[in-house]
Design a protein around this ligand. Structure first.
Ligand SMILES: Cc1ncc(COP(=O)(O)O)c(C=O)c1O
Ligand SMILES: C[C@@H](O)[C@H](N)C(=O)O
Length: 374
């Protein structure tokens, strides 16, 4: 891994902690200073056009966060309540966007559990689509997928089947592509191939790519214009956005090519943890490892404390690797896990390690609310 002096270098809570590189900061110094509300900023317009072209879409819009990108895309697809959005029960748009679907979109949600426990299939979706005009219902108007979700990749063949199903029923397709870059880097499938199956996509540049701020949403001009309207309504209009867009542009150019290496480092760590006896909640396919702390009998508070003692930040079962993660920090993480396992064994031996159950959303590293009887 590239050795950085970033504060993110020892932080495993998320890939959102990545910090701007000197080249990003340098680009900000030479960015244009047009007013983006009036669409007068060249740097911003160029970034939007670049990402839209990469995704095979005619229009793009730079927004300040992935949450805003998702919420204004979904709102732009919805016209007359009652309506609902179908998504994975772990989807960020449902679990971690502050209830935006209810307030901004007045939408019901159909949260679906994947039959294979990893990703939604067309069969899963078809079983839960709400169709027709029965006045008791809130018909499905959008299917919102997420790729990657908790680091796992949704096969494009399944995405295509779901998209075909959606189009048969006049249902819109949105992709929360906060980490679509990771899926594309790992599979070698171009962003534009994914774009064929969605009406809108939201791609974060502030996570694994390392930009300080920003997401770009892509789609048809009319939908992006409507989304832009909702962006403005939410106070998301940005004046000199070029400063942020310049850093985001560098992030795509410089970091997107490094994601595959990040995944290799993640998988190597995963295999070393498996050798220590750890098992994972879901397959390790890109840059996240979800430890099964219950199976290991590890109290998350102990793991967090052992990490702190070693000067690294762990926040629970989810271990996030990014391109600024220090190799030395990974060695410390293994030590923290090793020590936590030893403590778990000691507690088990004296009958005080009652790790009972895990609550809360483990998909986003929310602190594992594991009940532990000491
Ligand atoms: C899958 C996914 N979608 C959307 C978001 C929202 O992005 P932001 O935190 O920039 O609002 C996140 C978290 O950052 C995420 O992990
Ligand atoms: C916590 C969540 O909102 C964030 N997207 C993360 O993955 O860290």
């Amino acid at each position: 891994m590239t050795e950085y002096n970033s504060i993110a270098a020892t932080d495993f809570k998320s890939d959102t902690v990545t910090t701007p590189t000197p080249s990003m900061l340098q680009a900000m110094l030479t960015a244009t200073h047009g007013d983006d509300v009036y669409k007068e900023d060249k740097t911003t317009n160029d970034l939007q056009a670049r990402v839209a072209e990469m995704c095979g879409k005619p229009a793009g819009l730079f927004v300040v966060s992935g949450t805003m990108g998702n919420q204004i895309c979904l709102r732009a697809h919805l016209h007359q309540p009652p309506y609902s959005i179908l998504c994975d029960y772990r989807a960020h748009v449902y679990t971690h966007e502050a209830g935006g679907l209810a307030t901004l979109s007045q939408a019901m949600v159909t949260p679906v559990h994947p039959g294979n426990k990893i990703y939604l299939t067309a069969e899963d979706v078809e079983n839960y689509l709400i169709l027709g005009d029965d006045i008791h219902t809130a018909p499905t108007r959008v299917i919102s997928l997420e790729n990657t979700l908790a680091g796992t990749i949704m096969p494009i063949e399944e995405i295509a089947k779901i998209s075909t199903l959606a189009r048969q029923h006049g249902i819109k397709m949105h992709l929360d592509g906060a980490r679509l870059w990771n899926a594309a880097a790992e599979t070698g499938i171009p962003l534009s191939e994914y774009g064929k199956h969605f009406d809108t996509m939201s791609l974060c540049i502030s996570k694994g790519l390392g930009a300080p701020v920003g997401t770009v949403i892509v789609g048809e001009p009319d939908v992006i214009q409507t989304a832009n309207w909702f962006r403005k309504q939410a106070g998301g209009g940005i004046r000199q956005a070029g400063l942020l867009a310049a850093a985001a542009d560098v992030a795509i150019t410089e970091t997107f090519p490094k994601l595959k290496l990040t995944h290799e480092v993640t998988k190597k760590l995963a295999s070393e943890l498996e050798e220590m006896g750890l098992v994972f909640q879901i397959p390790v396919q890109t840059n996240f490892i979800f430890l099964d702390l219950m199976k290991a009998g590890i109290d998350p508070a102990v793991l967090i404390e052992e990490g702190n003692k070693l000067g690294i930040t762990i926040t629970g079962a989810r271990i996030a690797i990014h391109y600024q993660t220090l190799t030395a920090a990974i060695e410390k993480l293994k030590l923290a896990v090793k020590k936590s396992l030893e403590i778990a064994k000691q507690r088990h031996a004296n009958g005080t390690n009652g790790v009972k159950k895990s609550q809360g959303s483990l998909a986003y590293g929310v602190y594992d609310k594991i009940v532990v009887d000491h």
